[in-house]
Design a protein around this ligand. Structure first.
Ligand code: PLP
Length: 435
């Protein structure tokens, strides 16, 4: 029976869970009696579409049970770093133990032997070729590899925006300082409701000297989604390269890297994929690999092999291999369903609070302009004070934001968040705003 990519991923996963024959060195949770029962429970919902399933609390409660999150504090700062399902934690711990039995052999032969199958799986999830994907530690590493590795010279221009992630802005500032490249700043409002207006602002910043546009797919301050695919298509036609900071978009919204029309894309997998802390990947378009220098030298720095970006020295390789369990977990749910649930959780609190006096919502509610995260401001309260009140008095963890026009608390639930936790959050915010 044919189906969408998401349905096929899920069917593959469920078939695998029923008689697990994976390439892992260690036996998987999904092969245990508990794992089989858990996947059967989830498979019983297989025919429900993403919109129906987004509001099915029994399904998401089963997902919640796969996590080991605090029952005391409601974590609404998953955008910072997400927890891993227990199966992912167990995989990392087991690999760590295995490595300690015989480090040099088990790390570099046994565990690292799983790298190429993992690359293939991760590339399938990302929608690119395995030969274009380097596994690394985080988005910072991937993006700065590009920022520092590109052959740019004095006078070359790079287009970016004040709401890009500060570490990336600092990296570009450093390049401007050392090499004399010019930074051209696009002005964006908070929030932006029109994709067309965002596209126009980026494209009109291009000059004959522009070499690259730096785009943040989902802004960390506000959850604003940037139409990177459309900007990428236009910019590349004009001969300008495109780099995408996908720290917040990967495994959060449903897209494939190949369709973003970008040359470089980097993400952290410890955010929305719920993979081990300190995991990420860098995508480099095949034709661009040889011109991009790696951050840490390899035998052939101008070669065309993606592995040249993985010379990171000795590290806990089992952490990387734990990514495979996170992919299994994600495929069991399906990206479309996950994205629908995340969007639903944002809409629940945003719709309930949008007309409350004294509250400003600084994230667009328009289709495709936001996803699971949003920014909320109680005008009379300093964001740090609101954060402290929520944490100390009401047991909610959020992220305070006070950056240019972005002011308030960032709210980022995840797939394990219960609807009654969001309802208590809404009531708490209404009471604080009314004081
Ligand atoms: C937009 C954006 N880019 C890059 C990063 C860097 O991610 P990491 O610290 O995992 O490298 C973050 C982290 O929050 C981010 O929000």
């Amino acid at each position: 029976m044919p189906g969408t990519r998401n349905q096929m991923d899920r069917r593959n996963f469920l078939a695998k869970a029923a008689g697990f024959t994976g390439t892992a060195v260690l036996s998987s949770f999904w092969g245990t009696a508990q794992g089989v029962q858990f996947s059967a429970e989830l498979a019983s919902k297989e025919n429900r579409n993403p919109t129906q399933l987004a509001t099915d609390e029994t399904y998401w409660e089963a997902i919640r049970k796969a996590f080991t999150v605090s029952e005391e504090i409601v974590n609404l700062n998953n955008g910072g770093a997400s927890p891993q399902p227990k199966v992912v934690q167990d995989a990392v711990i087991n690999y760590y133990r295995l490595a300690n039995e015989l480090p040099s052999y088990n790390l570099w032969r046994k565990i690292d032997g799983l790298r190429e199958p993992l690359r293939t799986r991760l590339a399938a999830l990302a929608g690119c070729k395995p030969t274009e994907l380097a596994i690394n530690r985080n988005a910072t590493e991937g993006l700065e590899t590009v920022i520092f590795g590109l052959p740019l010279k004095a006078g070359d221009e790079v287009v970016l925006c004040r709401y890009d992630y500060p570490s990336m802005i600092h990296a570009w500032d450093q390049r401007a300082h050392r090499d004399g490249i010019k930074l051209k700043w696009v002005e964006l409002d908070v929030p932006m409701h029109s994709g067309k207006s965002i596209i126009d602002r980026y494209i009109s910043a291009i000059t004959p000297q522009t070499k690259l546009i730096h785009l943040t797919h989902i802004m960390n301050w506000t959850g604003q989604v940037i139409p990177v695919g459309k900007i990428g298509k236009l910019a590349r036609k004009m001969g300008v390269e495109v780099m995408v900071d996908g720290a917040h978009s990967f495994s959060h919204i449903d897209f494939s890297v190949a369709k973003l029309h970008c040359d470089y894309f980097a993400t952290s997998l410890h955010k929305w994929l719920c993979a081990p802390f300190g995991t990420g990947f860098l995508y480099v378009r095949e034709s661009k690999i040889s011109k991009l220098y790696p951050m840490y030298a390899s035998l052939d720095p101008v070669g065309g092999e993606i592995q040249k970006f993985e010379h990171l020295g000795t590290r806990s390789l089992g952490t990387e291999m734990g990514i495979a369990e996170a992919i299994d977990f994600q495929e069991m749910i399906g990206m479309e369903r996950k994205a629908a649930r995340l969007n639903y959780l944002r809409m629940v609190w945003m719709d309930a609070l949008k007309d409350t006096p004294g509250i400003r919502i600084l994230t667009s509610n328009k289709p495709n302009m936001s996803a699971g995260m949003g920014l909320l401001d109680i005008e009379k309260l300093d964001p740090a004070e609101l954060h402290n009140t929520l944490f100390n008095k009401h047991q909610f963890l959020v992220s305070p934001v006070n950056y240019h026009q972005a002011r308030g608390i960032r709210v980022s639930p995840h797939i394990y968040t219960r609807i009654n936790e969001m309802q208590r959050f809404i009531e708490t915010i209404q009471k604080i705003a009314a004081r």
